[in-house]
Design a protein around this ligand. Structure first.
Ligand SMILES: [Cu+2]
Length: 659
């Protein structure tokens, strides 16, 4: 009872601070004279870094240039997007298929760039779906979502999609534990049996080296706690993965009070090399599940969705030396590994200290079995035995730490709304700057790799009161850019972001820009209904389905007059963009279509399904301004009553009335 009361009081105090105490006094003078010149990117010049920012509840990821903060593109990932027809075209619909059917929305929290030898390689970026557990891989040549895998045995895929040093695995830890055992997932049980029946899992998703294809290598069955964030070991800690865990109280109601009672929760350390050995020895148990693996093929321009029905589960209660808990104060969020791989930094949301754990000490403690008992069968390493030291009085509510590669760490503090720079070896605070306001994650380009590009730190803020022109009850989301090249951090720029910017990654532009795809080669288009020239344009009837093999090139469609469609028909417009010229997509839209338009890249084929609901003559047109005669890029389709005698015909450039 007493513990409960103290926990509640601390919580109330912190909450009061968050509400009243977050507005720094000196905001008007926060920007110094030369800030503008440091972020000015002259017309015609490129930004120095790409910044990939999560769109949170928009389900998308956004690409900004740094240091300008200019929005370059919104990449559709887990949500349908009328701008590009993603999730609306017949070819892209399978990308959003899941074991629950078509799920056209999600909550994307964390982007993660692929790495080789612990360095950002610019090939892919991964993103997690928090709601209906999924991981996406985006190809940074085409800036398109190339693959989405669903994660079974998971609810709230939050500690995801962090990666190992050579992108061997992306991982996915379940935020919500739920009822499961070795055989069954999510049976119908009473919620108050949480302690007996609820379990957590973390999944290691294998990534094929050349293709990037993902599949679940194995899952680890864990006690029913909540997994929050994670990071891979590196260098000396290679082969290990670390996860922050909260709600070790195993509460299942009023978690804001009940899950903040204990002084310490856990960082979980997983020896994934050991787990791999157990998999090779056949120690995993196969479990029946259902999950979707969706892939977009760049040559057919079409996604396929495959439902898989089995997953391999490892149980650390039966398999020793694979999983350990380290106590960590207090409801940890961030779980970050420094560039040398020697230190693991926990960040307790309700803590007023930052614990820094030593990987070497952790190993010694494990060898010596220096344990403080176990938690549900998993050894708990003694706090002091794994601890390198604590950063004293850094601020209130540490959330997440990134690194500059020069021995310094940068930690975001949600409650005290600031970024604190500190020295990792000395555990000394070096500098602090206010953020406007409550900061969540932060990002240093390459800041969670072995080779950070420590020029900037970017804050991703949750609340932006009075920073921008008001836009009704909700203000824009916001990021702030700070120069970290000197001893003192310097605020340079605010810029608005889409959705909720949870986390972000950034890397030098030349890692990605030089590889950017300009067109899809038309001769490599293997879409089964492509028309690779106007000579191949045609209209075919198959029962009630009418297939239009249409081409687009500046500034007309072929065919542009179609008759003989009847009420009750489904019309499939398979539009091939014949252009072979960079930045010349064409769009396609038809009146009354209740899905979206298409946006077709040069050399690509995409299909719009349209079911007319009335007779008449319907216009279609190009939606993407493509030439001086873009407005003339249009045509007509005639719909006649069901059973009418109008014959199917199509043409382009025919002005004489037929005999
Ligand atoms: Cu056009």
């Amino acid at each position: 009872m007493k513990q409960w009361l103290i926990g509640s009081l601390i919580f109330v105090a912190i909450l009061a601070f968050a509400i009243n105490g977050c507005k720094p006094q000196n905001m008007a003078t926060a920007v110094t004279g030369d800030a503008a010149s440091k972020v000015y990117v002259a017309p015609g010049k490129y930004d120095e870094f790409y910044n990939f920012v999560s769109g949170g509840f928009s389900g998308q990821m956004a690409v900004y240039g740094l240091p300008s903060g200019r929005l370059l593109k919104v990449l559709p990932v887990f949500s349908v997007n009328p701008e590009s027809g993603y999730g609306y075209s017949e070819e892209s619909k399978p990308m959003l298929n899941t074991s629950h059917g078509f799920v056209p929305w999600d909550d994307l929290h964390h982007p993660e760039l692929s790495q080789t030898n612990g360095e950002v390689d610019g090939r892919w970026i991964f993103g997690n779906a928090n709601n209906t557990p999924r991981i996406a891989r985006l190809d940074l040549k085409s800036f398109k979502t190339a693959e989405i895998i669903e994660i079974p045995n998971s609810s709230g895929n939050h500690s995801s999609p962090f990666i190992t040093e050579n992108t061997e695995y992306v991982i996915a830890g379940t935020r919500f534990s739920y009822p499961m055992d070795n055989k069954e997932s999510n049976p119908d049980v009473s919620i108050d049996t949480y302690k007996d029946n609820f379990r957590g899992t973390v999944s290691f998703v294998g990534v094929e080296k050349e293709t990037g294809h993902m599949d679940i290598a194995f899952q680890i069955l864990l006690p029913g706690v909540n997994f929050d964030l994670s990071h891979s070991g590196k260098g000396p800690s290679s082969g290990w993965f670390f996860f922050s865990c909260y709600n070790t109280e195993q509460a299942y109601t009023l978690l804001e009070v009940n899950a903040s009672q204990k002084d310490k929760d856990f960082i979980m350390a997983v020896n994934w090399k050991k787990a791999e050995e157990y998999v090779k020895q056949g120690k995993g148990k196969k479990q029946k599940v259902r999950y979707a693996v969706n892939r977009f093929d760049e040559h057919t321009h079409t996604a396929t969705s495959t439902i898989k029905e089995e997953v391999l589960v490892l149980d650390p209660k039966e398999l020793a030396d694979m999983v350990y808990f380290i106590p960590c104060p207090k409801s940890p969020h961030g779980c970050d590994v420094d560039p040398t791989g020697q230190y693991i930094i926990g960040s307790g949301k309700l803590a007023a200290t930052i614990p820094v754990f030593s990987f070497a000490k952790l190993q010694t403690a494990i060898q010596a079995k220096d344990f403080d008992g176990d938690f549900d069968g998993i050894p708990v390493v003694k706090y002091e035995s794994a601890l390198y030291g604590e950063v004293k009085k850094p601020g209130l509510g540490p959330l997440h730490t990134e690194f500059d590669g020069k021995g310094n760490a940068y930690t975001s503090f949600f409650v005290s709304s600031e970024i604190v720079k500190w020295n990792i070896e000395k555990l000394e605070v070096l500098d602090r700057v206010p953020t406007y306001y409550s900061i969540g994650h932060l990002c240093v380009p390459g800041g969670d790799s072995q080779k950070p590009f420590g020029k900037y730190v970017i804050a991703y803020n949750k609340i932006t009161k009075d920073r921008y022109l008001p836009t009704g009850p909700e203000l824009t989301q916001s990021a702030q850019l700070y120069d970290i090249t000197g001893d003192k951090m310097q605020l340079l720029l605010d810029f608005p972001t889409i959705g909720e910017p949870h986390y972000a990654q950034a890397c030098p532009a030349d890692l990605i820009a030089k590889n950017s795809l300009k067109i899809f080669k038309i001769e490599e288009n293997t879409h089964p209904r492509a028309a690779k020239g106007e000579g191949q344009a045609k209209v075919e009837r198959n029962g009630n389905d009418v297939h239009v093999y249409m081409t687009s090139i500046r500034s007309h469609f072929a065919p542009d007059n179609i008759e003989g469609v009847k009420l009750g028909d489904n019309v499939y417009f398979h539009v091939t963009n014949l252009e072979q010229d960079w930045d010349v997509p064409h769009g396609f839209a038809v009146k009354g279509a209740n899905n979206a338009e298409l946006l077709i890249m040069p050399g690509e084929t995409q299909t719009l399904k349209w079911t007319p609901d009335r007779v008449g003559v319907f216009p279609f047109y190009c939606t993407d301004f493509c030439s001086a005669l873009h407005q003339e890029m249009q045509g007509y389709l005639r719909v006649s009553p069901a059973g009418s005698k109008v014959e199917l015909k199509y043409s382009m450039g025919k002005t004489e009335k037929p005999e």
